[in-house]
Every structure is written in structure tokens, then in C-alpha cells.
Design a protein around this ligand. Sequence first.
Ligand SMILES: C[S@@+](CC[C@H](N)C(=O)[O-])C[C@H]1O[C@@H](n2cnc3c(N)ncnc32)[C@H](O)[C@@H]1O
Length: 338
Amino acid sequence: MEPVTAGAAEGDWRGWRAAAEAALYGPDGFYRRPEGPAGHFRTSVHASPLFAAAVARLLCRVDEALGRPAVLDFVDMAAGRGELVTGVLAALPADVAARARARAVDLAGRPAGLDHRIEWRTEPPERITGLLFANEWLDNVPVEVVEVDSAGVPRLVLVRADGTERLGEPVSGAEAEWLARWWPLGAREGLRAEIGLPRDRAWAAAAGTLARGLAVAVDYAHTAGARPPFGTLTAFREGRETTPVPDGSCDLTAHVALDACATACALPGARLLPQREALRALGLSGARPPLALASTDPAGYVRALASAGEAAELTAPGGLGDFGWLVQPVGIADVLGG
Ligand SMILES: C[S@@+](CC[C@H](N)C(=O)[O-])C[C@H]1O[C@@H](n2cnc3c(N)ncnc32)[C@H](O)[C@@H]1O
């Protein structure tokens, strides 16, 4: 793709960051729609209640590490329709639930019928003592896309509302620095990258709200040395992957450079691990029940089999099991072990 200056009016072209911001979060944006994210794709939260139960166990470990505080915070960051926080509250032992202060943070409005114990906010609270958990948030924080031109220069990719792209200015300033440090591109024409700087800042701000406890970001991720050569920008609509068009009709997402987010926090002790390891450390196993159970307790066997199937989906290689967990303790030990 070559830089073009003639053609459509200048105002029609925007960088992907501004275009996605309007398409996802503007007044008619994709995430303002009544059906919510679950109407278009399945996250781990929607895949199985086992995920919320595992997060509840993680919250219990954080509670122990904090010395069982009088008020234990749980913040569901980028909560969608509050499905995770609802599941976590339901899975907590009564003595922990009695001390839990549950908050859901999302740009969308409070869903009807949400448990009255859950506070709904558009910004994370300050001074959290507990667990802040962000499942599939950072991949939806809009980023600039860049592409190497025929002279070997990385340029911003500009896009129109119909998805047509062209190249803009060479990447410069803090974005160029981020690119050089975290996603250096070769000189080959057509190589692409996404500049994760807004995600680094978003994560540093969210994790920075912890007074003590644990912040966890879970997402499609890549790390230095294994960046995808043509980037990962894509879209989802009604359960199907589709061409990214910033017109509010689809989710726009790109995998997250979680290693860069970890470093942006300037807090010691951050760790990256795949979801399959994190969930196993929280006691989730995809093991099938013993066949003998089928004759002694057929209903129990069917239930255990369904549960094993769901655990297998959450930990599957090539699927949800490959998601990255960025685990950021603040003033407590690493409660996931390792
Ligand atoms: C892919 S959905 C994930 C929903 C839920 N966490 C789950 O795993 O099912 C991403 C959510 O992030 C929310 N979001 C994006 N940027 C946000 C921000 N800066 N503050 C709060 N919520 C945000 C969107 O509104 C959307 O509900």
C-alpha cells in the first residue's frame, strides 16, 4: 500500500485508533448496543461458570494473603454486562461474600436486573484492597496500526468508515519509540504492527488503583520475539470473524503486547503465564470422570463429563488456554504460585 494524497476528502480518513474509538464507544458504537458483547462472541466468562468459580478461588487466595480484611474489593474491569462479577459473587464462600465489595466497571450503562450488591461505574475506584480482574479488556482499547511502505518506512494506517485503508504520515514521537522497543518492524513492504502504547497506559492506570492486592489482565496476547508479522487487527460480528470496518457494526480487536503492559506498570513482581497454567493453578482440570461413575451415579457422571468438557475448552491449546494472564501483585506474595 502506497501513501495516497488525492481521492476522498481528508476528513474521511482517520488513524485506526480514533476510528475504532468512535466505532466501539461513540454514541452509536458497537459496545453501546443492548445485546452486549455476549451477543457477538464468547469470552471465557460466557464459555463456562467454571471460569468465574476459578476467579472466586483466586479472590479467596488474595483475601488470605491480605489477612482477611474487613472489606475485600473485587473489581470486574471492563465488565461487559457484569457476567463475571455476578458469577464470582455466587461462587464465593459465605464468610468471604459477606466482606466482599463488588464493583463492575464498563463504559456501557448498568444492565437491568444486576444484583443490587454490585456497584456499577465507568471508572475504576481508587485504593482497591483486593482483586482487580480485566478479562478481554485491553484487546478492545483502540490502537494505531502501522505498515511499512515501499521505502521501508513504517507509516500510520488511515482508514475510512467503509474499511478502506491508505498510508498516512511516518510514525513518530512516543509511538515510534514504542515500536522500536516493543515491535521493531523490518524494512519489508507490507509488514504491519499495532502500537500498544494506549494499552500500556490504560493498564498502568488500572493496576495503579490497587493499594494492596492483585491486578490481573487476561487477553489474546503476544510477546517480544513472537509478534505476528502482519499484526492481528480483526473484527467479530454475530459470532463470526469478519473484515474490520470501523462503522459500529462489529467488534474491533487486536491481540495485546502484554509484556509491554507489564513493564508499563513500574511495579515489581509482574508475571505472564498462559490461561491453561493459571486455571490449573486454581484447581481447574479438564480430566474426564472415571468411567465407573457412569454405573454408580449416572447423573453425576453426566454432570462431571460436561464440567470436564467446559474445563477443557477453557484450557484448550490453540484456543482459550493460550490466552495470556498478566498477574501483577501489589504488596502481597504471588498467590498463583510458581
Ligand atoms: C470484550 S468485552 C469483555 C467483557 C467481559 N469482561 C467478558 O470477558 O465477557 C470488552 C468490554 O470492555 C469495555 N471497555 C472498553 N474500554 C473500557 C474502558 N476504558 N473502561 C471500561 N470499560 C471498557 C467495553 O465496553 C466492553 O464491555
